[in-house]
Design a protein around this ligand. Structure first.
Ligand code: CA
Length: 227
């Protein structure tokens, strides 16, 4: 489980990182809002701990930008005591929970765990292990894909690519990121391989492969998947 901690107080970064690692979390840190946002957009996170008062971009703006881009990673916001925080506004902008500093570490861990559990069981697209988008059903355990109930044959690579997209919805992935994540660092394919597989997936899954609704091209950046 990978957690992003966006916080500019170095003491707190150290304490929190140590404690989270002791609890078995993998922790990445950012010390300003811009950096936090760009790491969060890369995806692959179980949760984000986000301070409100940050250099460059505040926590509210980071949360809003993430949600606008379709990133659904749960966010636990940290506010300093005495900061005037419009809690309702914060929740509207996309935070899932709040804590006021100073806080008990045990409480933060409990809330974090609850957030992660909630977001994984509350995945509205998944029913009994079957992920649904448009007219496509993906049985993740059996590696079976159906379109309007009819089985669709995907190659192992196409399925892995689709699975990666489903796990990182709303996030823009460069071709290189996809190569690393799906094909692996040691493999030899080129970014052209990615484009070819994307085209095949679109052909099989999209209603109109020329105007894809789910597997979208983000010009100059790569691809993103939306449901
Ligand atoms: Ca701060």
């Amino acid at each position: 489980m990978r957690i992003l901690l966006v916080e500019d107080e170095s003491g707190l970064v150290m304490t929190l990182t140590d404690r989270l690692r002791t609890e078995g979390y993998d922790v990445v840190t950012a010390t300003d809002g811009d950096e936090g946002l760009s790491i969060a957009l890369e995806g692959n996170l179980s949760a984000i701990i986000l301070d409100v008062m940050l250099p460059k971009k505040n926590g509210f703006d980071v949360a809003r930008d993430l949600r606008q881009q379709g990133v659904e990673t749960p966010i636990l916001m940290l506010t300093a005591k005495g900061e005037i925080i419009d809690k309702v506004l914060g929740l509207k902008l996309g935070a899932d929970d709040y804590m006021t500093k100073p806080f008990e570490m045990a409480e933060l861990l409990a809330r974090l765990e609850a957030l992660i559990r909630r977001s994984s069981t509350q995945d509205q697209n998944t029913v009994n292990g079957v992920f649904r988008f448009g007219e496509i059903d993906v049985d993740l355990q059996r590696a079976e894909v159906r379109k309007r109930g009819e089985a669709i044959e995907l190659s192992a690579m196409e399925f892995r690519l689709l699975q990666f997209f489903l796990n990182n919805r709303g996030v823009v992935h460069s071709r290189d990121d996809l190569l690393d994540a799906v094909w692996g660092y040691d493999s030899m394919p080129t970014t052209r391989t990615v484009d070819v597989h994307i085209a095949w997936l679109r052909q099989k899954l999209e209603e109109n492969p020329k105007r894809p609704k789910h597997i979208q091209t983000v010009h100059g950046m790569g691809y993103k998947f939306i449901t």
